[in-house]
Write a protein that binds this ligand. Sequence first.
Ligand SMILES: CC(C)(COP(=O)(O)OP(=O)(O)OC[C@H]1O[C@@H](n2cnc3c(N)ncnc32)[C@H](O)[C@@H]1OP(=O)(O)O)[C@@H](O)C(=O)NCCC(=O)NCCS
Length: 172
Amino acid sequence: MITKTKRLYIRELIIDDAVHFFNINNNPNCIKYTGDNPFESIKTAENFLEEYIQQYKDYNMGRWAVCLRETDEFLGWCGLKYHPKENVTDIGYRLYQTHWNKGYATEATKACLDYGFNHLNLNRIVAHVHIDNKSSHKVALKSGLIYMKYFIYDGKPAKLYQIKKNEYLGNN
Ligand SMILES: CC(C)(COP(=O)(O)OP(=O)(O)OC[C@H]1O[C@@H](n2cnc3c(N)ncnc32)[C@H](O)[C@@H]1OP(=O)(O)O)[C@@H](O)C(=O)NCCC(=O)NCCS
């Protein structure tokens, strides 16, 4: 268990979550702005998840499962990823489409920022959002991230958001 919110809990991913990664990426709407492809099989999703799980050991953080407290349902994932080359931690989120627009991504993102600053003692967390990904821009802003600049990320037009620890602690 990483953390809890009013409606959600956030836990470490396990290999058995691969079926959810497979299902989510199989919906073109879920990967429209992310630059990802559908997984070829659940086995491929398992291999991918192994890398995510390794990040818990390497960096004490990673992408995590977002689940509903009331039913234990797996809604999607959210969490912090450390990029060693750039020495940057970003936040990402992706949910089953059936659970969009219920405020879950914002609730989970706020909890991950809190964990990052208060538990992991990070200094800065960023988000990269494709220019046309309207709901993701909203999640970033509603969670307290601040728009920094327009730039090209992974070859696509994007906006960079960030929040620093002192800004976060000043607001919360
Ligand atoms: C991005 C994503 C995680 C958002 O999840 P979510 O749980 O629906 O987010 P929330 O409900 O917390 O907030 C979404 C906000 O966007 C708004 N929104 C949704 N579609 C919108 C649109 N087309 N135009 C403008 N705003 C829109 C919602 O109304 C809501 O804002 P509100 O609370 O002010 O009403 C979800 O859409 C998703 O999984 N997308 C696919 C993966 C992805 O693109 N991830 C982000 C990569 S940077």
